[in-house]
Ligand binder design. Sequence first.
Ligand code: FEO
Length: 393
Amino acid sequence: MLKEVKPGIYFVGAIDWDRRLFDEVIPLPDGTSYNAYLIEGSEKTALIDTVDPTKEEEFLLNLKKLGVKKIDYIVSNHAEQDHSGAIPAALKRYPEAKVVTNQRCASMLMDLLPVPEDKFLIVRDKETLSLGNKTLKFILAPWVHWPETMLTYLKEDKILFTCDFFGSHLATSNLYARDEAKVYESAKRYYAEIMMPFRINIKKNIEKIKDLKIDMIAPSHGPVYINPKFILNAYKDWVSDKVKNEVIIPYVSMHGSTGKMVHYLTDQLMEKGLTVKPYNLTNTDIGELAISLVDAATIVIASPTVLFGLHPSVLFATYLTNILKPKLKFAAVIGSYGWGGRIVDQLKATLNNLKVEFLGTVLVRGTPKKEDLEKLDELAEEIVKAHNELNLF
Ligand code: FEO
């Protein structure tokens, strides 16, 4: 796809309609895009990021269609290969170009790609680079989501090129994010899976750009924001310390007993006015679980005991929850067992990144009986009490 973003500024990236997995773990139900942008100044031409190596041909074709004879600068905002992977091909086509980036990113690019050291033009935080009638300003924004990440601000047009930051895994023919409800879901999924572990750094980086006058945010995944407030406000909400009156229950049930407990507890909590999201891990999209982790106050992990431990699918979801570092406040464990086990210790050890208060454990031998359901009533009361104390109702 080749499109004009504004006069003299072009989208020259590629849409990946078919990609369904990122990092071999993150589901991409709506595909993704690798956005590269060409900026034609009166004296110099700059490229902002490139594309994934699998889309190199399409990217080079876009530049050819545009009649680009010379590129002076290839700005690399982030070293990960879905944006940097086509830098060697771009350098081969445009050998006079310099790769403009910070020292940390340059060092990573030399490790990840064959980019020779003499090809780099190293920039520092807040440094500017003139293209003639247009000026690029570089803003270091570490840990969104790698340590070397930076943003590029095009002063005259007030466009902030943010690479992964504010991005969405969404393949669409729309250049701009006009369907905000659709983009919101994709951007939240992206935040949950990629950015959430760096929530505190992201807060600092949002603060860093708060005085910039921004007319457009042009990320390197998903559509361009012509209403920057939409995505800035969404991010401010996601990174805030506030949690919502929500309980998520990832679970597996092998013979129906844990499932019965989950459904009983779900009903009890719903009747008390909480939003409850049970996820059967045998068929759930793990990205949906991640999205719920952005806001939820409580997680109840429900697992049968398998060979003395958590069901492997529950262990995977618990591990994922731990490394995504959501702002959960409370946790509980429920499940059924045959003869014994140690799932509580295993679960607490797996959630060691989280600062959660454990509200209770309900483990049942076999199928849940009347007295077991009463214990679930008590757990529901504990959850309501905890949410009340945080004024979540
Ligand atoms: Fe889209 Fe971190 O790469």
